[in-house]
Design a protein around this ligand. Structure first.
Ligand SMILES: C[S@@+](CC[C@H](N)C(=O)[O-])C[C@H]1O[C@@H](n2cnc3c(N)ncnc32)[C@H](O)[C@@H]1O
Length: 254
């Protein structure tokens, strides 16, 4: 067994360590200062509660905890039904988890994962490439730095497009629906798309029926929304709108 096959992939955690350190440090600081200024005790309690919540969420998402992150990614890949030959694009691939799952599910596919890899996440192109090598699919995956808001690909250059929990994160596009339009631009006519995001959060995407009508107006043959937020395996505490309580899968054919 060579060294890489003995190693385990690192898919990171959607709750970054920053989300723990910042409220944790502020909570302890305000708790200490509340000895002098008692009213700061309220802030200390708020920050320590935030710390406790994010620590629990991080444990739920991790493989050592409830493994919810992998289960949500698998849920998307399970809903990705495709002939299996050709080129797939994974938008916002993070640590490469979905890209690699797709490559393993479809041995005749080549999968390209793109991501912005900004400072908010503990992901990188190097982490993706290492994971792909450990999982034995590095000859059929490519990772590239790019933004979901302006994909560096010609129109109709992919046979299928997939994306998991990325569009709501894209800071330079206020109207998140436009990211779906951009993803559909690079999809071939007759190709399959499957996107999971906070589609049931009206503040981000508006009414579901309006969203579906907009997607239809961009010339797709079929589109449906599958409500995944109420899946049994997701703990109640994670079903807040900004966590995974409003996730859904938008899938169809162009
Ligand atoms: C919640 S993570 C999901 C990552 C991955 N899809 C997964 O299932 O683990 C959100 C991802 O969106 C990426 N992202 C944020 N803004 C982006 C942009 N403008 N273009 C591409 N990716 C972006 C982040 O870097 C991060 O990897």
């Amino acid at each position: 067994m060579n060294q890489l096959t003995a190693e385990r992939p690192n898919y990171g955690n959607w709750v970054s360590t920053k989300l723990l350190y910042i409220p944790g440090v502020l909570g302890v600081l305000f708790a200490a200062l509340s000895v002098l200024f008692p009213w700061l005790g309220i802030l200390a309690v708020i920050f320590l509660l935030c710390f406790a919540y994010f620590a629990y969420a991080r444990w739920c998402f991790s493989p050592e905890g409830k493994n919810i992150q992998t289960k949500i990614q698998s849920l998307l890949v399970d809903h990705f039904e495709w002939a299996g030959t050709g080129k797939v694009l994974d938008i916002g691939c993070g640590s490469g988890a979905v890209t690699i799952m797709v490559a393993k599910k479809y041995p005749d596919a080549h999968v390209t994962g793109i991501d912005y890899w900004g400072g908010a996440w503990e992901y990188s192109k190097g982490v993706c490439e290492r994971n792909a090598q450990i999982e034995g699919v590095s000859n059929r995956v490519t990772f590239q730095k790019a933004s979901a808001s302006s994909l560096p690909f010609d129109d109709e250059s992919f046979d299928a497009v997939i994306s998991n929990l990325t569009f709501h994160e894209v800071a330079d596009t206020e109207e998140k629906g436009l990211l779906i339009k951009e993803a559909l631009r690079v999809l071939k006519k007759g190709g399959v798309f499957v996107f999971q995001d906070l589609f049931l959060w009206k503040r981000v995407y508006g009414e579901v029926e309006d969203l579906l009508d907009r997607v239809r107006s961009w010339g797709v043959e079929s589109v449906e929304l599958i409500h995944t937020s109420q899946s049994q395996f997701i703990p109640k505490a994670l079903k807040l709108p900004f966590m995974v309580g409003t996730i859904g899968i938008l899938r169809g054919r162009k």
